[in-house]
Design a protein around this ligand. Structure first.
Ligand code: ARG
Length: 267
């Protein structure tokens, strides 16, 4: 029995030490004078919202969302860190506590709302179709017998699935666009602002809209269910960025598009 107590106390001591070390580790990784760190998860395959460059606004990460994340950090006197991962893994990482928040041009959906809490929205978008310039597709139903490509886990995939059409999915938008450019598919369904960027960067493509079929989507930041403190900090900062025009400014800077599509409160 005595031995057991001793072993137990050693284990407790070790555990305490581990806790202390973790706490030390955390604070030492924070820049002096800061109130902590917000770890944002993203999938940096979604220009102009998040992509990798040699020197971005947060480390190697750049784009509208990254500028917004940085501003949220600044507004709350916190450091920000980016964890780049597959889009499909983001909400799981949030639930597991691997990240504190997700900023990834993520559309608020009822299905996602069951798993996580969303901030106020900071951007409006919708699904569009990218086709070759000479394509006969002019509305969503024209895709019925066409080769459709979507990105895995994006709302575009959900839209095409709901239409009941068969499709192929890729992990990255760039892969999907290459299929289209190389004539291996007829249409890519993806978010409007990202589509504009692809069409600008690749000759011979155009965007087809179908506003009857594809509804408005709102981008927001996700936090773990019940993390009200962080959600409040994020919402306060978003409100400020809408009011002082920062979001429009970031949108213009990163997309060369003057109308950011952010909601009317920003005007
Ligand atoms: N808005 C779409 C969605 O929420 C696509 C987002 C893709 N974002 C990204 N960072 N890859 O499903």
């Amino acid at each position: 029995m005595k031995k057991f107590t001793k072993v137990l106390s050693t284990v407790v001591a070790a555990a305490l030490m581990a806790v202390t070390f973790t706490a030390c580790g955390d604070s030492s990784s924070t820049t002096e004078g800061k109130n902590g760190t917000i770890k944002f998860g993203t999938n940096a395959e979604f220009t102009p919202f998040e992509y990798v460059v040699s020197k971005g606004v947060i480390g190697e990460f750049d784009g509208i969302d990254m500028a917004i994340a940085k501003q949220i950090g600044d507004d709350n006197n916190k450091d920000v860190k980016i964890e780049n991962m597959e889009f499909d893994s983001l909400l799981v990482a949030l639930e597991n506590g691997k990240v504190d928040a997700v900023i990834a041009g993520m559309t608020v959906t009822d299905e996602r709302k069951e798993k996580v809490d969303f901030s106020d929205s900071y951007y409006n978008a919708k699904q569009v179709m990218i086709v070759k310039e000479d394509s006969s597709i002019s509305k969503a139903s024209d895709m019925a017998d066409k080769k459709i490509v979507v990105i895995q886990g994006y709302t575009g995939e959900v839209c095409v699935k709901d239409l009941g059409y068969s499709y192929q999915s890729f992990k990255k938008g760039t892969e999907a666009i290459m299929e289209l450019v190389n004539g291996k598919c007829d249409v890519v369904v993806i978010d409007s602002v990202t589509a504009e960027k692809y069409v600008k960067d690749n000759k011979g493509l155009k965007i087809v809209e179908d506003n009857k079929q594809f509804e408005n989507e709102e981008y927001a930041i996700a936090v773990k269910k019940g993390n009200k403190d962080l959600l409040d900090e994020i919402n306060k900062s978003i409100k400020k960025m809408k009011e002082d025009g920062k979001i429009n400014e970031f949108a213009a800077k990163y997309s060369d598009v003057t109308d950011s599509g952010s909601s009317s409160e920003s005007k």
